[in-house]
Design a protein. Structure first.
Length: 177
């Protein structure tokens, strides 16, 4: 983490911006283990919006940021990873947790391909230091997917440390096989 605030004539002083290229909406600001994690829409190849990835940065004070590697990368050039959010699965409701000391980071986001949008989920088991693992479950039929919907319900007002995850199953139709 840098000790000084970086100064650049074309960058905001206290707001995060990646070192290069295009960024858009922040899509997950979560506090975990002494660090703020910021996830944001990002296109790492050029300063324009194309197939959107999720970038990731961390900060201990919300002023000095350390840009990390891509958190969620689309599977091809026609796909975009758009709006969403990140939560910490404190009680391992998803079943992804492997290490008792590290809780999974769960990302729920809008996946888009050729005008079709779906809600997808990815998770990290290392505080988001490496790319998130995409959690996809498909059925054996051509145009049908089994969609698993995790409903996040904050049962204590705005206390982010006590989020209750509920698990529902539904079926959705997708024109993309």
């Amino acid at each position: 983490m840098p000790d000084t605030i970086p100064i650049h004539p074309h960058r905001p002083l206290v707001h995060f911006s990646p070192k290069k290229n295009w960024m858009n909406d922040p899509n997950g600001l979560v506090y975990y283990d002494g660090e703020w994690h910021l996830f944001y829409q990002y296109y790492p190849q050029q300063p324009e919006a194309r197939n959107i990835h999720w970038g990731h940065a961390v900060s201990k004070d919300l002023i000095r940021w350390n840009e990390l590697s891509i958190a969620i990368e689309p599977e091809d050039e026609l796909v975009g990873i758009w709006s969403g959010s990140v939560v910490i699965d404190w009680k391992n409701v998803t079943g992804f947790q492997k290490d008792i000391t590290i809780h999974p980071m769960i990302a729920i986001y809008t996946w888009q391909k050729q005008g079709w949008q779906e809600q997808h989920m990815a998770y990290s088991l290392d505080r988001g230091n490496d790319a998130f693992l995409i959690h996809t479950i498909t059925s054996k039929t051509n145009f049908s997917k089994t969609c698993f919907v995790y409903v996040f319900k904050d049962v204590y007002g705005l206390n982010i440390n006590r989020i209750q995850l509920s698990y529902y199953t539904t079926t959705c139709q997708s024109p993309i096989a």
